[in-house]
Design a protein around this ligand. Structure first.
Ligand SMILES: [Zn+2]
Ligand SMILES: [Zn+2]
Length: 283
């Protein structure tokens, strides 16, 4: 077989595999494999580790292969209904740094529900706690897999971004920061992690926590990442409006208590789209 033919066969094979994975995840979804209830029970540790961890990862892997139009409603509903219980469970977790509940909260941390929760009194101190746990597990993290390191620091970077102000003040104990910095520099430069998420996530955290100029190369990007997460809570939900209604309060959707609008008219316009991700919030 000539080279071009071989190349074509390979890409056809990859295409077939992708479509099979997509179809399988659709079938599993239709069979009710990935319900909010199931993710919640797994996160709360009904079966005990390691069964819950294995099953959580199994389900997450499949949901991540679904189109966002199908996975977004699952994560938004889970966040709207269960964030207070999930975070309480996470705060009292004694099973380690990577558990079903931490993995689940990390997965839903991109939703506007989470952004609103973490800014409420019940969300205070999450970044400081995750930073302390990472510092306490420094020895383990130095030899942890790429996946585990990526997960721990991706979560910490989201928490830090949401809980620090634009000038990057944060409430992480300086003693914890001093213990984390050498670990973060080590992970960021670990040759096996080059161009991988673990390296990027460690760099993001390093960039927020360190005041050394050479650790801060990514800093100009951070306000943009922070703004992307916070925009849905601060600007009118109509995409072409995005009004911040300076001076007067925006109207809040009474069901999800998360989406905001500049007028009843814009709220009505946005409903056909918004209703897919609007769930009655328990907080
Ligand atoms: Zn709503
Ligand atoms: Zn508007």
């Amino acid at each position: 077989m000539d080279k071009a033919m071989e190349e074509r066969m390979r890409s056809l094979g990859a295409l077939a595999a992708t479509s099979m994975i997509r179809q399988t995840s659709d079938i599993l979804h239709e069979k009710g494999m990935f319900t909010v209830d199931r993710f919640f029970k797994l996160a709360m540790g009904e079966q005990g580790l390691p069964d819950d961890m294995e099953e959580t990862n199994f389900c997450l892997n499949w949901v991540q292969r679904m189109p966002m139009a199908k996975s977004d409603p699952i994560w938004h509903e889970l966040a709207a209904k269960h964030l207070p219980e999930l975070v309480e469970k996470w705060r009292t977790e004694t099973l380690g740094l990577i558990t079903p509940v931490s993995t689940t909260i990390n997965t839903i941390s991109y939703t506007p529900y989470f952004v609103r929760f973490i800014k409420s009194p019940a969300g205070q101190g999450m970044a400081a706690l995750q930073a302390k746990r990472a510092a306490d597990a420094a020895k383990m993290l130095r030899s942890a897999s790429e996946n585990d390191v990526a997960q721990v620091f991706q979560f910490l970077s989201t928490l830090l971004l949401l809980q620090t102000d634009v000038q990057f003040g944060n409430d992480v104990d300086p003693e914890i920061v001093q213990r984390l910095l050498p670990l973060l520099r080590f992970l960021n430069r670990k040759p096996e992690f080059a161009n991988r998420l673990a390296s990027e996530a460690s760099e993001r955290v390093l960039c927020v926590l360190s005041d050394r100029a050479r650790d801060q190369q990514m800093r100009p990007l951070l306000p943009m990442v922070k703004a992307t997460l916070e925009t849905p809570l601060k600007t009118c939900g109509v995409r072409n409006c995005r009004s911040t209604a300076q001076g007067k309060e925006l109207m809040k959707c009474s069901r999800c208590k998360t989406a905001v609008y500049c007028s009843t008219e814009h709220q009505r316009w946005s409903w056909p789209d918004h209703k897919k991700l609007c769930f009655a919030a328990t907080f």
